[in-house]
Design a binder for this molecule. Structure first.
Ligand code: GAL
Length: 433
């Protein structure tokens, strides 16, 4: 009897243990399935509202899932990347994260951090719904790893309508017109800085570089230079582009190191600066802070016969803790509803061509959508992933120094050395295949 009692007690304890282990495990699994982990850096005006639109749709589809956002403020994403890389390297990936394309994405693929999503592209007929220029920088060896949500135009020069009118300046559409406008504004209004800039995120120094390459050498030269297919030290067009960058420096807001991209953009609102070379996330910001298109600000494209820009993408992380939720998120990005709601707030246009330009309330995005469909399109050097992140990181350091000393010789020497050190030409050979 005593023995029977002992066995019963042991059995009961075992059962309790099993329930505890499996019950606990089930609870853990249940808890896990209720989380969706994403990394992003859309915290500024316009950007935050845009990603919130996607969260809204995701929440409606998954009311019981908690979204772990991990927002890391800092335009351009350098700060988010520093955090994210640590997670990826230590085998603790999120489900998805904010990324770009080209070399920016290839770096993650080569490191083995991403999973292919060819099935999702096939299911949603995605490739047929986007401009081929995107496929070239999103498909590697026949595989795609992400879904792009937008097309940000970056060859936009924003301006304060009143200042330009008062100074008798037409919105510039070429480099020469831009330089002439800077001179005229400075002469007419010595207290106003002709060009706004913020380099607290150093990457914005490379946007002016892209502009100088593009307006000096044209689209083919631009693509060659950004993928290391020119001799930086001896190429006369490259030197001319750098000379033209240097010529703009005296007209740039001098305290740029203290400003982020949105704070620099606000100089157009306050009237401290007249013009701003920036991608159309600044349009999302202007709309979010209540500025009125064609009243408070307007924009011109430079050069007007080219569409330059990049896409924001969401890849599927390898080892994503909640792969199904990650795929559901990516699928939302392929839908007309998701893309439209997001882009209306973001300042960009949808990358899928099944949303007509007429959905945008301002003339700028209507034009961007039409231009993207009809003009030669080129991808941004840094965020578009034309250049490698390693070269781009050097470039932004070199250019922020250049913004201080205007030393063309030294900048050219350092850019050439970095291209060589980072084997830029070889690393970008995929672009030319
Ligand atoms: C870019 C990104 C844009 C915008 C901008 C400022 O890298 O592609 O969507 O957010 O940074 O944060």
């Amino acid at each position: 009897m005593k023995r029977f009692l002992m066995i019963s007690i042991i059995l009961m304890m075992l059962l309790a243990g099993v329930t505890l282990v499996f019950g606990g495990g089930a609870k853990e699994a249940e808890k896990e399935a209720k989380e969706f982990i994403i990394f992003h850096y859309w915290t500024a005006g316009g950007e935050k509202e845009a990603i919130d639109e996607l969260f809204k749709i995701f929440k409606a589809n998954h009311p019981d899932v908690e979204i772990l956002e991990n927002p890391v403020a800092g335009g351009g994403g350098a700060l988010m990347l520093a955090v994210l890389m640590g997670n990826l390297e230590s085998g603790n990936p999120p489900d998805t994260f904010q990324d770009h394309q080209g070399n920016q994405q290839k770096a993650f693929i080569d490191a083995g951090y991403l999973e292919s999503v060819n099935d999702l592209w096939e299911k949603t007929n995605f490739e047929a719904r986007i401009n081929p220029v995107w496929v070239k920088t999103l498909k590697f060896d026949g595989k795609v790893y992400s879904v792009p949500i937008n097309a940000h135009r970056t060859n936009w020069l924003w301006h304060n309508i009143e200042i330009l009118k008062d100074a008798g300046v037409r919105p510039p559409e070429s480099y020469d017109e831009l330089l002439a406008a800077c001179k005229k504004i400075k002469a007419a209004k010595p207290d106003i800085w002709p060009l706004a800039l913020g380099t607290r995120e150093k990457v914005w120094s490379t946007y002016l570089y892209d502009m100088c390459l593009l307006t000096t050498g044209g689209a083919d030269f631009y693509e060659k230079a950004n993928t290391g297919r020119i001799n930086f030290k001896t190429d006369p067009t490259f030197r001319k582009a750098m000379d033209r960058y240097a010529a703009l420096i005296p007209y740039i807001y001098p305290f740029h190191a203290t400003k982020s991209w949105d704070e620099a953009g606000a100089l157009i609102k306050t009237g401290e600066a007249a013009m701003y070379w920036m991608g159309d996330w600044i349009l999302g910001y202007y709309l979010a802070i209540g500025m009125e298109p064609e009243k408070d600000f307007s924009v011109s494209a430079m050069p007007k016969d080219i569409w330059m820009g990049h896409a924001d993408t969401f890849p599927l992380a390898k080892g994503a803790p909640h792969p199904q939720l990650a795929k559901d998120w990516l699928e939302i990005c392929t839908t007309t509803e998701g893309a439209k709601n997001f882009n209306l707030k973001k300042g960009s246009v949808t990358i899928i061509n099944d949303v007509p330009p007429s959905v945008y309330p301002d003339p700028y995005r209507q034009r961007s959508a039409k231009d993207l469909a009809s003009l030669r399109a080129v991808i941004d050097g840094y965020h578009g992933g034309m250049m490698t992140p390693a070269f781009g990181d050097d470039l932004m350091d070199i250019l922020t120094q250049f913004l201080t000393d205007s030393d063309v010789d030294s900048a050219i020497k350092e850019i050439a050395a970095s291209a060589e050190r980072n084997k830029l030409k070889e690393a970008c050979s995929w672009f030319w295949k």
